[in-house]
Design a protein around this ligand. Structure first.
Ligand SMILES: C[S@@+](CC[C@H](N)C(=O)[O-])C[C@H]1O[C@@H](n2cnc3c(N)ncnc32)[C@H](O)[C@@H]1O
Length: 405
């Protein structure tokens, strides 16, 4: 299996990066200029797939790239935008030339070969690899982390994008990619974003945030039943929730999708999480009237009071660092799981102030590590929380607490 990746330049005068990737993920790179060189190379290598980083189709209703039209975007471009992936519209200045060239090459190549449109910038965002502008070495290292072996030392950024293009093709062949847009118009292939489905919620995790755990999902469901009961008893209509330490936003989104007339404020300190929450709110078609996304260090920017506060803080203890899986250390930001001495750094800070933001009769739900039970009990007593109850997770371990003011 040989896959050809092309980081196509808009003109034959500029360098086009080329990568040939085999089934063992060995990448060989070169640079070409003219279309003829590209076509000769294809004839020589006979790849099973050609992945081109250039627009290979026009928006429906637009006959030519250079003719004036009000149509600027294809459905696939709009899907990129929805996912907050930055791109240049195909009708913008230099993109026109690139589109022309892409369309011409595709027409010739697809007579004999399978050709797909890819966008390395999108692939890099989804795979959580730095884009070329953010440092060549970082992009190279990111690709190597996926097991790609790059032959040669002097690899330029066009070639690194060509490798990304070919790798996207590799994922496509392995059914680990998805197509954005409409077949009849032209699609962009991107790696399948890491995501999960939790009941009626679709949670995209492509920004590289904390991966929601099964234990959390177990207790959220139970906690929500308690909230519903409370709402019924007190007859409150528009209940306000705070999802603090929100990460992907899974807790708040589950609330919004399952409690009618609820409002949720999402709070996280990490910009990646803030972007991820916005993406997930859109994916789940939640009306912007029902939420606020706040970048804040704990309660610093919070002014409201809430009926219910949900918190899953970073709580892995310094003393247990050795037990943390390599995949967690590598792919999940440390800020999302590391809780300092005894894992209590954020739990303490949270309990110090949570009360101030809870309405009378409100409830707090807090996730902890089973080993923290006694220490957390002390903290709750010291801070004079009235009532609290520890609950177990599906594995029989103490995992979450229901707390009253
Ligand atoms: C354990 S994750 C929980 C994510 C999500 N709620 C879940 O259950 O899957 C903790 C989150 O807290 C955020 N965080 C860490 N320190 C914070 C701080 N000082 N203020 C607000 N959020 C913080 C991290 O960025 C991370 O997204």
């Amino acid at each position: 299996m040989k896959i050809l990746g092309l980081d196509l330049a808009g003109s034959e005068k500029r360098k086009t990066g080329v990568a040939l990737l085999n089934e063992n993920l060995i990448a060989q790179c070169l640079s070409v200029f003219e279309d003829k060189e590209i076509l000769d190379l294809v004839e020589k290598e006979k790849p099973c797939l050609i992945c081109i980083d250039a627009p290979l189709s026009l928006p429906k209703g637009r006959k030519e790239i250079n003719k004036k039209s009000k149509v600027h975007f294809r459905a696939c471009d709009l899907e990129l935008r929805k996912r907050k992936i930055k791109f240049f519209p195909i009708t913008l200045g230099p993109m026109r030339k690139l589109t022309e060239r892409g369309l011409k090459l595709k027409k010739i190549l697809e007579k004999k070969y399978e050709v797909i449109e890819v966008y390395p910038g999108a692939s890099q965002d989804i795979l959580n690899i730095k884009r070329k502008g953010e440092g060549e070495n970082k992009l190279k290292k990111g690709l190597e982390n996926f097991g790609i072996k790059i032959i040669g030392k002097k690899i330029d950024d066009h070639q690194l994008d060509a490798i990304t293009a070919a790798f996207t093709g590799f994922l496509y062949k392995k059914k680990k990619a998805i197509a954005l847009g409409e077949k009849s118009e032209g699609q962009i292939i991107i790696p399948k974003p890491p995501s999960l489905i939790f009941e009626n919620c679709l949670i995209d995790l492509s920004k590289g945030v904390f991966l929601p755990r099964a234990e959390t999902m177990f207790w959220i469901k139970k906690a929500l039943k308690k909230c519903k009961l409370k709402i019924e008893i007190f007859g409150s209509k528009d209940s306000k929730f705070l999802d603090i330490f929100s990460g992907s936003g899974i807790i708040g989104i589950y609330i919004l999708k399952n409690i009618k007339k609820s409002f949720v404020d999402f709070v996280d300190i990490d910009k990646k999480a803030i972007d991820q929450i916005e993406i997930n709110l859109k994916l789940n078609e939640i009306s912007p009237k029902r939420y606020k996304v706040i970048k804040s260090n704990l309660f610093e920017k919070i002014k409201d009071k809430y009926d219910f506060i949900f918190a899953n803080p970073p709580y892995v203890a310094k003393e247990r660092l050795k037990e943390v899986q390599e995949s967690v250390k590598k792919f999940e930001p440390k800020i999302s799981w590391y809780g300092g001495k005894e894992g209590l750094f954020y739990i303490k800070k949270f309990l110090n102030r949570a009360k101030e933001f809870l309405k009378d009769n409100g409830l707090i739900f807090l996730e902890i590590d089973p080993l923290q039970k006694e220490k957390v009990k002390e903290l709750l007593e010291k801070r004079r929380y009235k009532n609290y109850k520890f609950y177990k997770d599906q594995f029989g371990k103490i995992r979450w607490i229901e707390i009253e003011k």
